[in-house]
Design a protein around this ligand. Structure first.
Ligand SMILES: C[S@@+](CC[C@H](N)C(=O)[O-])C[C@H]1O[C@@H](n2cnc3c(N)ncnc32)[C@H](O)[C@@H]1O
Length: 252
């Protein structure tokens, strides 16, 4: 076979590739000392891409600095939310951030939105499903007033915090409400599945659902839900398996 010349140089590329593979093996080994990961289907995802637009987007950086301590999401996932939301900001419909915890991701989404209401939802009492290592005591944040105070401080318009179990406690409240963007960050299979089938009837054409924790350690329920329901989802949505820890659905 004829040798292909890489513009960067074949030797340089070979060294970089070998280094990346070695780094990956070392990291997987180190992580497996602390966490039980299925090595046969896991890898530390080191991308070959370098473009990191979150480092240069001034408007994003301004709000990111103010909210970064109130979310568990990393900058890449937050930027994806920001980027997607930007494309729907002028659409006349509503937004949900389900499993808002301290509110960080919801604040970010609200900052860019221009039309419709934003609802930040949480039990403010932790998980209702006991799955894997998620128990009654995981991620409990009860201070709903903190979230309300931050909404005022950040001067966010049309944003409401709601306490309750989703979707069970919201069927009446949202009986006539449609949504253009929903960020679903519930970590467990049961709540995620119930939320999806509820929102399926309420999301507008071109609307976006983002499931957090797709492929993340410990949140196997999200991956399981997406893969088990993939056929149904693909018939009704454009499905993007984003391997940065989110799954994105765009309603057809
Ligand atoms: C991982 S945390 C969310 C992190 C948050 N989105 C952030 O940006 O840091 C998951 C949250 O989902 C909430 N939760 C779990 N099941 C729920 C349900 N069925 N309804 C409402 N909230 C739920 C938990 O109380 C917890 O605060």
């Amino acid at each position: 076979m004829k040798k292909i010349n890489h513009p960067v140089g074949n030797v340089k590329i070979l060294i970089l590739k070998k280094f990346s593979i070695l780094l990956n093996r070392i990291l997987i080994f180190a992580i497996s000392l602390f966490l039980k990961i299925k090595k046969e289907e896991s890898e530390i995802i080191i991308s070959n891409a370098f473009y990191a637009p979150w480092k240069k987007d001034i408007n994003f950086i301004k709000i990111y600095r103010k909210i970064k301590n109130y979310t568990l999401l990393d900058v890449r996932r937050l930027y994806t939310l920001w980027y997607l939301m930007n494309q729907l900001k002028n659409t006349n419909s509503n937004i949900l951030d389900i499993g808002c915890l301290m509110g960080g991701s919801g604040f970010l989404i609200s900052k860019i939105n221009k039309k419709g209401k934003v609802f930040l939802i949480d039990t403010f009492n932790g998980y209702i499903d006991q799955e894997n290592f998620y128990s009654k005591n995981s991620f409990v944040f009860e201070d709903v007033n903190f979230v309300k105070k931050k909404i005022k401080e950040l001067k966010l318009d049309n944003v409401k915090v709601c306490k309750g179990i989703f979707p069970k406690n919201f069927e009446k409240k949202f009986a006539k409400t449609k949504f253009k963007f929903c960020h679903i960050d519930l970590n467990t299979f049961n709540s995620t599945k119930k939320s999806f089938y509820y929102l399926d009837k309420k999301i507008i054409k071109g609307g976006i659902l983002v499931f957090d924790d797709f492929g993340m350690f410990g949140a196997d329920g999200i991956k399981k839900f997406i893969l088990e329901n993939q056929k149904y989802i693909e018939n009704r949505y454009k499905l993007i398996l984003n391997f940065q820890g989110q799954c994105i659905l765009i309603k057809k």
